[in-house]
Design a protein around this ligand. Structure first.
Ligand code: ADP
Ligand code: MG
Length: 703
């Protein structure tokens, strides 16, 4: 659960939420032990508790007459105990209770509950809630809930069912929540401006909280799909607050002073390129140039599949910056990638008279020289890994920070790079397409450019799924391709045999492949290998001295070897679709037709087969991303950002996309009309967002 509502910070003292931020232990019936269990679930305050909505609701609005209960029905019944007895089974005791009246009788049974013999008496009236089914002509129910007659929390209403919490019964949770509602929501002011609320027919906040937990007016069918007005209101809220924080952040950034770069003479740059830019590249460059020429810092994300030509676009932006007398920092997540960017830069800028340098760890005293030159302004483009954000790295005049595969870096790391200049422009790049809903959440304050076109001449990639037992066919295809003079990647998910998971490890499989394909050169590269060995293997592969490069996912980003045209992905069922899509991008760069062969264990009808089928059929990264989000949730896309990502309490990005759009629109329109939230209807919002973004800050700090 999110970290944003703590009970013990001074800054909350003036907040309208102050009271509701009391610790859960201030509720009736919550002692140390229960508070501890709640804490394990991320529930610390009354507010936290109220925002854990019921998982489902039981319909106990009416008693079903016993003779009308049908088999398969879950029902609330009331009747006299006609018989109460112990049934001895081989190992355990069962208590059977016959309950009914003149019109019908049911049998209720409990295993191992001998105390019921003493707790209840024949002739007594009892209320049961359970699922009934007919067996040997009699309706029976196992372990029904026994409810005290006249218990107003439990009878005569839709009763909330919460996610199970160790050692706390549903009954108990309900009482605690009811106490929280009664004592803490009465004077809760609604931060949502009335106009926004009424335009969408959303109930007022305290009413919504109450109705979402203990529904009176909501329809069960709406509740089931989380669309009762109360639920909609709370989902809307959550999106709205986050979007408002994003809108405020963006509005603030657009008032910050930045560098207005001169962008004349683009034609000259285009002419010196070894190829013609694609339409998508040209469009994206125009978007970037528009930002760069304005006197505000650019904060733009460039999305596009591997190989679509993002690096070139970034380098063109870099060139403009250098021509204006500023420096560029270009940061990539791995050494391999940094080196490759360095080489492309040198290659592309040969005619541009730019000074590029590489800074990665392990460069020894040469690094000092590079740092000195960067500080003195003698390097135009400094390309590197995390080494760039070391304190010792200084720039004379940093104008642009480029961050490749930005999701691999944490928020703080990106911020450090930016702080090496004075409000430099920032261009982040990613080859992982992000589903739209997630993008609006993660990058809601960024401008986004998308390259949705590959450079011409690329042959489409053919992706084919093989079952483990067709392994020999895959080997035959590998052999075929290499006989044609091409090279291959074989990718494994892990590097060592783990006892729990029977993944084949790369080391082991490299050996096996050497046995199966003895006449080929097989190399190995994995993350735990010393760097020089890894680079040695990469170098040999580049030169063609290695035919098949067996690797773990360290090759995931950025490698560019046009002669490598076939990739085998082992244990494909263990990868996320987006990851497979990224991986296969490695062999999509060639002018030769390329193939991606997925080896997987799956059942014919199973989920894994269906999922992998998606990747077989489409190369549309966004489509694949949506599928990943639906199946595996947002974790797949978050990378290191996970820690700072706002974990929604009631909203769900997959289920509630349309509410997100509405909330975003509302929030952005509000800020556009009143960036200072000055109007009196925004009083509570203004307090909550404390001039800046208040405690929402950490979730929207995306730069
Ligand atoms: P990305 O960074 O998006 O993965 P790159 O910028 O590395 O892609 O481009 C992949 C390859 O395609 C590089 O070899 C690059 O030189 C080449 N390339 C980029 N744009 C074009 C283009 N418009 N026409 C032809 N080749 C291109
Ligand atoms: Mg790239």
């Amino acid at each position: 659960m999110s970290k944003c509502h703590q009970s013990d910070t001074d800054s909350d003292m003036d907040s309208p939420y102050r009271k509701i931020l009391s610790p859960v232990s201030s509720l009736k019936g919550v002692g140390k032990v229960i508070a501890g269990e709640f804490r394990k679930r991320g529930v610390q305050t009354v507010y936290d508790l109220l925002y854990v909505l019921p998982r489902s609701y039981q319909d106990r609005r009416k008693f079903v007459p016993i003779h009308q209960v049908s088999s398969g029905e879950t029902a609330l019944i009331k009747g006299k105990i006609v018989e109460l007895r112990r049934v001895r089974l081989r190992y355990r005791t069962m208590i059977e209770m016959l309950v009914g009246n003149e019109k019908g009788i049911i049998s209720a049974r409990w295993m191992g509950a001998p105390q019921y013999l003493f707790r209840f008496r024949k002739g007594e009236e009892i209320v049961l809630f359970g699922r009934f089914r007919t067996s040997m002509k009699m309706l029976e129910t196992y372990h029904p809930e026994i409810i005290e007659a006249g218990d107003e929390y439990e009878i005569g209403r839709l009763v909330p069912v919460y996610s199970e919490i160790e050692g706390i019964s549903q009954r108990r949770i309900r009482r605690i929540v009811m106490d929280a509602i009664n004592r803490f929501t009465q004077d809760l002011e609604d931060p949502l401006p009335t106009m926004i609320r009424e335009a969408r027919q959303l109930p007022e906040l305290s009413e919504a909280i109450k109705e979402a937990h203990f529904p009176y007016e909501s329809r069960p069918e709406d509740l089931r799909i989380r669309r009762s007005p109360a639920q909609r209101r709370l989902i809307f809220d959550e999106f709205f607050m986050l979007q408002l924080a994003l809108a405020l952040k963006r509005s603030k950034a657009s008032h910050e002073r930045g560098i207005a770069f001169g962008i004349q003479g683009m034609e000259e740059i285009y002419r010196s390129l070894p190829f013609k830019l694609t339409g998508a590249q040209t469009r994206v460059i125009q978007e970037i140039m528009r930002d760069m020429s304005r006197p505000f810092p650019m904060n733009r994300l460039l999305q596009g599949d591997v190989g679509c030509g993002k690096t070139v676009v970034a380098l063109i932006a870099a060139w403009v910056v250098v021509r204006n007398g500023y420096q560029v920092a270009f940061m990539a997540p791995t050494q391999l990638l940094a080196e490759q960017h360095y080489l492309s830069t040198v290659e592309l800028t040969r005619r541009m008279n730019l000074k590029a340098a590489l800074l990665i760890s392990g460069m020894g005293s040469h690094a000092d020289e590079v740092r000195d030159r960067a500080r003195q302004g003698d390097i135009d483009i400094l390309i590197g890994t995390h080494a760039l954000i070391q304190e010792s790295v200084k720039f004379h005049k940093l104008g642009l920070a480029i961050i490749d595969e930005q999701h691999r870096f944490g928020v703080a790391q990106r911020a450090v790079l930016k702080q090496k200049g004075i409000s430099p422009d920032v261009l982040t790049m990613t080859a992982t397409p992000i589903p739209r809903t997630l993008g609006l959440t993660l990058y809601g304050d960024l401008d986004i450019s998308v390259i949705d076109e590959l450079p011409p001449g690329r042959k489409p990639i053919q992706t084919k799924l093989f079952h483990e037992r067709d392994r020999s066919k895959v080997y035959a295809m590998l052999r075929d391709e290499i006989d044609k003079g091409r090279q291959a990647y074989v990718v494994y998910p892990l590097i060592e045999k783990s006892e729990k998971m029977d993944l084949k490890d790369a080391t082991h499989m490299a050996e096996e492949l050497r046995g199966v394909l003895p006449d080929f050169h097989i190399g190995l590269i994995h993350g735990r290998m010393p760097l020089d060995q890894r680079e040695g293997a990469m170098e040999a592969f580049k030169k063609g001295a290695i035919d098949i490069l067996v690797s773990t996912t360290v090759i995931e980003v950025g490698i560019d070897i046009p002669n490598a045209t076939i990739m085998v992905i082992e244990n494909a069922e263990r990868f996320g679709l987006s990851q497979i899509h990224q991986l296969r991008g490695r062999v999509r760069r060639s002018v030769y037709p390329s193939k991606c062969l997925l080896l997987a264990s799956y059942r014919k009808t199973g989920e894994a087969r269906r999922r992998l089928g998606v990747i077989e059929k489409t190369t549309d990264g966004f489509r694949i991303a949506e599928e990943d989000l639906a199946i595996r949730g947002p974790g797949e896309f978050l990378g290191e950002r996970q820690s700072g990502f706002y974990q929604f309490r009631v909203a769900n990005l997959m289920r509630d996309a349309e509410i997100l759009s509405e909330a975003r629109e509302g929030a952005f329109r509000l800020v556009e009309g009143d960036p200072g939230l000055a109007h009196r209807t925004y009083n509570i919002l203004r307090e909550l967002f404390g001039g800046g973004q208040g405690h929402w800050d950490e979730f929207v700090d995306v730069a």
